[in-house]
Design a protein around this ligand. Structure first.
Ligand SMILES: Cc1ncc(COP(=O)(O)O)c(C=O)c1O
Length: 453
């Protein structure tokens, strides 16, 4: 039996991490949920329905795509993208949302609630609720409702109520708090669709299991696309950690495959400036699970910052904490500026706008791929598409486009450099009229010019 099937232990612990740290009132609902999940997930009708919805409705399998021009551009290892951005609703989140919504229905619940940061899990949950005829309420930090405005409108159009949470930092952590409050109050008819490998047992294992289809598929597809089932390196961004665990689980027992999780390095190393729990975090309990958390010396949860709402969370999934202790997964970080640069790089080389979350994984790829030989294969989880982030990127470009000194991780320089280095950008520049205004726009990222036009 593989290590994955053994984890967590029967008490919901991943080594020293995980567990169930919740008020007494939530113990019975969590027991009920764990029993229902264990029962239904083994039943053939449930599994068949899930499989059918994931393929016919959601569009699985998502392709593994050889990013040839990106590979050429970086000049090293061959880069393959697992295209979760092509899943219905535009991100991996739907795998889990459909799974949990089906479970809610099987348990006889008529209402689902969910928290969301980037809005993708909210959209996925609202979609699954509409599909199955369930009432739906989404909690979202007020700050996130502003930066992910498009997704708020999508959730509403799908029939969900969206509650803007105005407490705390008004981001994902506060949305989880409100969701837990709602669940305690309405547990009789409500299921809480938690959106990552976080929270009390059974959520971390249940969300992992609903997402492991990503890596299982990729392993089969890579055999055809790269003539090897095993990449040398698999890379994914890590917010709570669901898309990363979804990709990595299939490769955990293949010790030759290097697994790399990329956290949000934000705009600096100080507490409050990033969301990299493994550099600056310490052991604690948040939202029902014991794991690495960004907190101050008194144990108060620290505020976090990331340009991507989906990575902007102070805790990391407990299984990640264990896999890091075991040195099975390496964790690195990418700054806001590096992620924005990677966003531009993929747009310019492959015609794909990646989610800012996924751009963090791509940023790390751009650091390591040039150092590796051409025969090496890097598999990257492209967890979502970037439509939701267009406004944030344009705003960033406008604020940083003329700041050649840079800020934090290098300001606009990496973004400008990634685009400027690319042949498409050189061609674009050589065509630009040599007027005074075009001279001054030369050093600016391509999208800044577009934004001003
Ligand atoms: C596209 C995308 N990727 C990644 C994440 C981060 O979540 P996780 O680490 O659970 O995959 C989010 C969260 O909203 C997201 O929308």
């Amino acid at each position: 039996m593989s290590r994955v099937q053994l984890r967590p232990d029967p008490t919901g612990h991943f080594g020293a991490y995980g567990g169930r740290f919740v008020p007494e009132t939530l113990m019975a609902p969590l027991d009920e949920l764990a029993r229902a999940y264990d029962r239904f997930s083994r039943k053939r009708p449930f599994r068949n329905r899930l499989r059918a919805l994931l393929s016919d409705y959601a569009g699985r399998p998502t392709p593994v795509y050889f990013a040839e021009r990106l590979t050429e551009h970086l000049g090293g290892a061959r880069i393959f993208l697992k295209r979760e951005d092509l899943l219905h609703t535009g991100a991996h989140k739907l795998n889990n949302a459909i799974g949990q919504a089906l479970l809610a229905q099987a348990m006889g619940k008529q209402r689902v609630i969910a928290e969301t940061g980037a809005g993708q899990h909210g959209v996925a949950s609202a979609t699954a609720a509409a599909l199955l005829g369930l009432e739906c309420c989404i909690y979202m930090g007020k700050e996130d409702t502003v930066r992910q405005h498009l997704n708020v409108q999508r959730m509403k159009l799908l029939g969900a109520e969206v509650v803007a949470v105005e407490t705390g930092s008004q981001t994902l952590k506060d949305a989880v708090n409100e969701s837990l409050r709602d669940w305690v109050t309405n547990v009789r008819d409500t299921h809480y669709i938690l959106g990552s490998v976080l929270g009390p047992d059974p959520y971390p294992r249940m969300v992992r299991d609903f997402h492991r289809v990503i890596g299982d598929e990729a392993k089969r597809q890579l055999k055809r696309a790269a003539k090897t089932p095993l990449p040398d390196i698999a890379i994914a961004c890590v917010g709570g950690g669901s898309n990363a665990i979804g990709l990595f689980t299939a490769f955990l027992d293949d010790r030759k495959v290097r697994l790399i999780g990329v956290e949000a390095g934000g705009r600096g190393d100080g507490l409050g400036e990033h969301a990299a729990r493994f550099s600056g975090g310490s052991l604690g309990v948040l939202h029902g699970t014991r794991t690495y958390i960004l907190q101050d010396d008194d144990g108060q949860i620290a505020s976090t910052h990331s340009v991507s709402a989906g990575l902007d969370y102070p805790a990391i999934g407990p299984e990640h904490a264990l896999l890091r202790d075991e040195k099975r997964i390496e964790y690195v970080k990418a700054t806001d500026a590096e992620a924005i640069a990677a966003f531009h790089m993929l747009a310019a080389t492959e015609g794909i706008l990646p989610a800012l979350e996924s751009s963090h994984a791509l940023a790390h790829v751009s650091k390591i791929a040039p150092q590796l030989p051409r025969k090496h294969v890097i598999l990257v989880n492209l967890s979502g598409r970037g439509d939701k982030d267009v406004e944030s990127v344009l705003k960033w470009d406008q604020e940083h486009g003329d700041d050649s000194s840079g800020t934090g991780g290098g300001g606009a320089e990496p973004a400008a450099a990634a685009v400027a280095e690319h042949p498409a950008a050189r061609k674009w520049r050589s065509r630009a009229p040599q007027s005074e205004s075009s001279e001054s726009s030369r050093d600016q990222p391509k999208t800044t010019k577009g934004a001003e036009a």
